[in-house]
Design a protein around this ligand. Structure first.
Ligand code: DAK
Length: 265
């Protein structure tokens, strides 16, 4: 597959980097990018040379600014379900693949960006990182696993506050609430990320891999498919709503949305 939206790098032995590269849209995820990520992750999972996978964003401004709103705006409810399921294929690979996955969050990680990060085993943040789940301000819900994975990191009350309010948080707050394991100055960020990734890659691969599998089983992946399916269908239904059309239309037209209050979906 020719890669147009992601860059694959192996700048250190054993470390496979996936860099989302759509700078013109702050690395927002469109369908094509998600397909490329899925293929790359499947390849890394099979590649015996790769022992640790790092997900990051191209440029110094954004990790992933969410799903691509311009592409999503006119989706039908059925298209919404299909899009969400593709995102789920990617987050499941990050979460369940037999190798550690690290999110190196170097800027905006909003919506689907935070959701990709929390599907990884852990998050390293540059001091420029900004996290948030702004979906409700677009008339939709988090659709790539955010309705349950964020709570795994920060607990339900904090996850609910962040999702209901759409409030963005900076790296220091992300660290304080347990979303990011470490925050590093942007100037040292890559050195620190690679240092940690390499220290993991030098351990026994089979022991690390087995530990990941067990820790996933002991934490919350039971019922994973049920949760993802419920989320995809709830998300898809919102694509029939006036609020979704208004929320995404307002973003594209660079204005504030006027939602409909208590009217039905
Ligand atoms: N999609 C498309 N384009 C985006 C984008 C996005 N998410 N984010 C930024 N861009 C584009 C902007 O439209 C702009 O394009 P031009 O106008 O230059 O053509 C360019 O990137 C630069 O953005 P700004 O001009 O806005 O840059 P600023 O520095 O002023 O602001 C920002 C940066 C990151 C604060 C701002 O761009 C922003 O608020 N972006 C949107 C962030 C956001 O709301 N993200 C969440 C998207 S919704 C599901 C599947 C997925 C999801 C949910 C459900 N299912 C199917 C179940 C996930 C949804 C989301 O992620």
């Amino acid at each position: 597959m020719t890669l147009k939206n992601i860059i694959l790098e192996t700048i250190a032995p054993g470390i496979g980097i996936i860099k989302i590269s759509r700078r013109e849209a702050l690395n927002a995820l469109n369908t094509e990018t998600l397909h490329e990520m899925k293929t790359a992750l499947q390849d890394y999972a099979q590649n015996p040379e790769i022992r640790v996978v790092v997900l990051t964003g191209d440029g110094d401004k954004s990790f992933i600014a969410g799903a691509d709103i311009a592409e999503m705006k006119d989706k039908s409810p059925d298209d919404g379900v299909i899009f969400s399921q593709l995102g789920h294929d990617v987050t499941k690979l990050l979460e369940l693949m037999n190798k550690p996955t690290i999110a190196a969050v170097n800027g905006y990680a909003l919506g689907g960006g935070t959701e990709m990060a929390i599907a990884c085993d852990f998050i390293l943040a540059s001091d420029k990182a900004v996290f948030g789940q702004p979906e409700v301000g677009l008339g939709i819900i988090p659709g790539f696993g955010g309705t349950f994975r964020l709570a795994k990191y920060v607990g339900y009350p904090r996850a609910k506050e962040l999702i209901y309010s759409g409030r963005r948080i900076k790296a220091d707050e992300a660290y304080t609430i347990g979303l990011a394991n470490h925050v590093y100055p942007a100037a040292d960020f890559w050195t620190k990320v690679i240092e940690l990734a390499q220290s993991i890659s030098q351990q026994s691969f089979s022991a690390v891999s087995r530990t990941k599998q067990l820790m996933n089983e002991f934490s919350e992946t039971s019922g994973l498919n049920f949760k993802l399916d419920a989320e995809a269908h709830a998300f898809g239904r919102l694509f029939g709503s006036a609020d979704q059309k208004e929320g995404m239309g307002a973003f594209v037209e660079k204005r504030k949305p006027a939602f409909q209050g208590l009217k039905k979906e």
